[in-house]
Each structure stands twice: as structure tokens, then as C-alpha cells.
Design a protein around this ligand. Structure first.
Ligand code: ZN
Ligand code: ZN
Length: 232
């Protein structure tokens, strides 16, 4: 903690957009990056933060909510996310964690924290070894700390290495993800009739969300909410 404090004084964070210190993305610039239209996942009509309109819900619907901070096409957002993943700049993830926390509370009224469980988007273990960390895990842990909602790392496992979904044709995406996730039976009692908040950095295709939801819905959960930094 002290080392981090000293480091912050010597080389303070600077906003990628306006160079203001103490932030990688200052609140003013965050607002400026929100110029892209966001839309409801189901009807594709405009909706703030990509939220699904309450009137768009139906029985076959596989996600209860998607809460997105920003659009991935924004250059500053894209650069920040890329740097947070590949250049070991975990501090960027800390800034985004605070913004996601704020966004979650604006969108969901949490009465009892024990009705919820926060999990990261699962990453294949080899991928994690090569990158040293799973950025979704850091985000999810931070948000769990701020909200006091329990965090579970091992609920869903990615058991197969898959090609990047965004590079594949629509018809290949489902096949690519087939049997690639599994649920950990040992922690099932922890999810009994809870709302699961899955935290992720970028959602580029919705097939992954669907696959994870299919596994969760067979295991006595109440709802699934995706909380992400950016969507395509
Ligand atoms: Zn700024
Ligand atoms: Zn809609």
C-alpha cells in the first residue's frame, strides 16, 4: 500500500485523454467517450448503457440484464482496455472498477447483498498463465470489495481453449464454444437462488454470454446480470 502511494506520487496516473493527473480516464473524459449510441440487446433500439428494455423480456430470453459502461469503438476506451490486458497496467482496471461499481448501483437496487454473487468471466488457465492475470478477475474482486457482495472465482470454468470469437463467422461461433464451459459442482450450494453478476471487460459477441447462461440456468439461479466495461 505504501509502495503504491509513493509510486503514485512520483509517477502519477494521467488521463489518456486530457492528461489530468490521478486518473487514467477522468470522470469528465468518461462522459465525453459516451457519445456512441448504445442499444437494447433484444430489440436493437436505443437504450442507455445497453440495458434491455423491461418490455423486451420474454420467456425464451436468456439474459436478465446487460449493463455496459461504454462503446468499444471509442479510441480512448479501446486503448485503455488493450493496455490493461497486455502491458501489465493493472491500475487501469482499478479505475474502471470504480466506474463499474457506480454504474451497477445506478442500475440495480441491491437490498440484500447475500442475494447476489459476483463472478469473473472465466478464462482458460493457459491463457491466464501467459498473461499473468485475468483482468475480469481483478475487476470482479474490486467490485465485490466495494459492494460487499461475495465473490466466487471457481463457479464456472473454461475447460477448452477456443479461438477468438470476434474472428469467426456467426455460424462458427457456437461450434467453437461447444462444451467449453463447465460448472463446479463443489460450489453449487453457494449459488442457490441467487442473482449472479458476471463481470467482464469487453463483450464482442453474445454467444459466450449465452453459453454461460445456459449452464447457470440449469442450476437454480435467480438471474444473470452482465456487467462490462465495453461492448462492440
Ligand atoms: Zn480526462
Ligand atoms: Zn428493447
Amino acid at each position: 500500500m505504501l509502495i503504491k502511494f509513493i509510486k503514485d506520487i512520483i509517477t502519477p496516473k494521467k488521463c489518456y485523454n486530457c492528461w489530468q493527473i490521478w486518473y487514467f480516464l477522468c470522470p469528465q473524459c468518461l462522459e465525453k467517450t459516451k457519445k456512441h449510441k448504445s442499444y437494447c440487446y433484444l430489440c436493437k433500439k436505443e437504450s442507455l448503457n445497453f440495458k434491455i428494455h423491461p418490455t423486451c423480456h420474454d420467456d425464451d430470453f436468456f439474459l436478465d440484464n446487460i449493463i455496459v459502461l461504454n462503446h468499444y469503438s471509442d479510441k480512448t476506451i479501446k486503448k485503455l482496455i488493450k493496455n490493461s490486458k497486455y502491458y501489465n497496467k493493472k491500475d487501469i482496471i482499478d479505475d474502471f472498477s470504480i466506474y463499474l461499481w457506480d454504474l451497477l448501483l445506478k442500475n440495480i437496487e441491491i437490498e440484500k447483498t447475500e442475494d447476489y454473487l459476483i463472478i469473473p468471466r472465466p478464462m482458460f488457465f493457459l491463457k491466464k498463465i501467459f498473461r499473468w492475470y485475468n483482468q475480469s478477475e481483478i475487476l470482479a474482486k474490486n467490485i465485490s470489495k466495494y459492494t460487499k457482495i461475495n465473490y466466487e472465482n471457481n463457479l464456472i470454468k473454461k475447460i477448452k481453449y477456443t479461438k477468438s470469437q470476434s474472428k469467426l463467422h456467426k455460424s462458427e461461433r457456437l461450434k467453437n464454444l461447444e462444451k467449453s464451459f463447465s460448472i463446479n459442482k463443489k460450489v453449487l450450494e453457494k449459488i442457490n437462488w441467487k442473482t449472479i453478476i458476471i463481470v467482464d471487460d469487453v463483450v464482442s459477441t453474445w454467444t459466450t454470454l449465452n453459453e454461460i447462461w445456459k449452464i447457470l440456468k440449469n442450476n437454480w439461479i435467480k438471474k444473470v446480470i452482465w456487467l462490462v466495461i465495453a461492448s462492440d
